[in-house]
Design a protein around this ligand. Structure first.
Ligand code: PPE
Length: 310
């Protein structure tokens, strides 16, 4: 998806012009993939723009870094403030996507990351529906990937690490070239894990299931957590457990969750229609509640919003 440049990017405490936010070609992360990132969204609310679950995202960034032996030289508070600053400075009143990145900088080569300088950048830009506006309404088509999700002992699946996304990228391209919108990855033992940038939920007999993060090597998605809470508040039972490929084929509904993707129905998997082949009633209800929550329309979810004061 093409980028829409904004004005300023935060780099290690400095606010620089978008076009000047550059790194050296010998930046360590560019060569070895050791780095961590986040995807956060800010939404327009009646009281001004608000960042959704900001602190949880920044804590995950710091934890991802820790897993990768990177000590982030900023506190959670400093990075939360810097994030809100970028939304404000770039005048993102209508909402935006936020990309914090922790990377190992210039000055060291070789695989040992420990002596490397640790850099942090935060960029924001307007980003529409990640899997398309039509996808949000009509659902997307998925294909089980021939690529297997990382074994947690080969790559730390709990970390949102830069290099981890090579696996996602391979699966994404395979799916797109096959004429599908998105790939579903299985774990090494064959259970369903997640998509290239989304967690997955299955509805069957009125109960909502989602793969276990630890057993299936899926990311502990913040939207996954949001949706789990919303579904419970709507009176649905949500069970975390093993999901098999065949569970997907006979599901009443399947939907995907992620900060970029938000809540997206799945209309077909491996060329089999899922349920009625369109957005199902439970997905619709959860999606509607999710959008109302992020836009500050539901007081019970106010605690997830971090307002950016003008
Ligand atoms: N699994 C993966 C592999 C993943 O990348 C994401 C987020 C999720 C699950 C959902 O996590 P959460 O956003 O906390 O609900 N993917 C981010 C990156 C997308 C991109 O293309 O870049 C995102 O949604 O921001």
């Amino acid at each position: 998806m093409p980028l829409s440049p904004t004005k300023k990017i935060w780099m290690d405490g400095n606010v620089v012009d978008w076009d000047d936010a550059k790194v050296h070609v010998l930046t360590h992360t560019l060569h070895y993939g050791t780095g961590a990132f986040e995807g956060i969204r800010a939404y327009q609310t009646p009281q001004g723009p608000a960042v959704f679950r900001l602190e949880e995202h920044i804590v995950r960034l710091i934890n991802s870094s820790k897993i990768l032996n990177i000590e982030v030289p900023f506190t959670v508070d400093e990075l939360c403030e810097a994030t809100k600053d970028m939304v404000r400075v770039n005048e993102m009143e209508a909402g935006c996507y936020i990309r914090p990145l922790v990377y190992l900088g210039y000055g060291e080569m070789g695989l040992n990351p420990l002596p490397c300088p640790v850099n942090v950048a935060i960029a924001v830009w307007p980003w529409g529906a990640y899997l398309g506006d039509e996808g949000l309404e009509r659902g997307v088509s998925c294909k089980i990937s021939s690529w297997v999700r990382h074994d947690p002992n080969a790559m730390p699946t709990a970390a949102k690490g830069v290099g981890m996304y090579v696996n996602s990228s391979l699966a994404k391209v395979e799916a797109l070239r096959g004429g599908y919108d998105e790939a579903i990855l299985l774990a090494g033992d064959g259970q369903v894990s997640e998509c290239t940038g989304e967690n997955l939920f299955v509805v069957r007999g009125g109960v909502i299931y989602t793969p276990h993060t630890s057993d299936a090597g899926a990311l502990e998605g913040i939207t996954r957590d949001t949706v789990t809470k919303i579904a419970a508040d709507l009176g649905y039972e949500v069970r975390e457990g093993t999901v098999l490929r065949t569970d997907l084929y006979v599901a009443d509904e399947v939907f995907l969750t992620g900060t970029a993707a938000e809540v997206v129905p799945v209309r077909a998997i491996d060329d089999r229609q899922v349920g009625e082949g369109r957005r199902g009633p439970i997905t619709t209800e959860i999606q509607r509640t999710y959008f109302a929550a992020v836009r500050g329309e539901l007081p019970q979810y106010e605690h997830w919003l971090d307002r950016v004061q003008g």
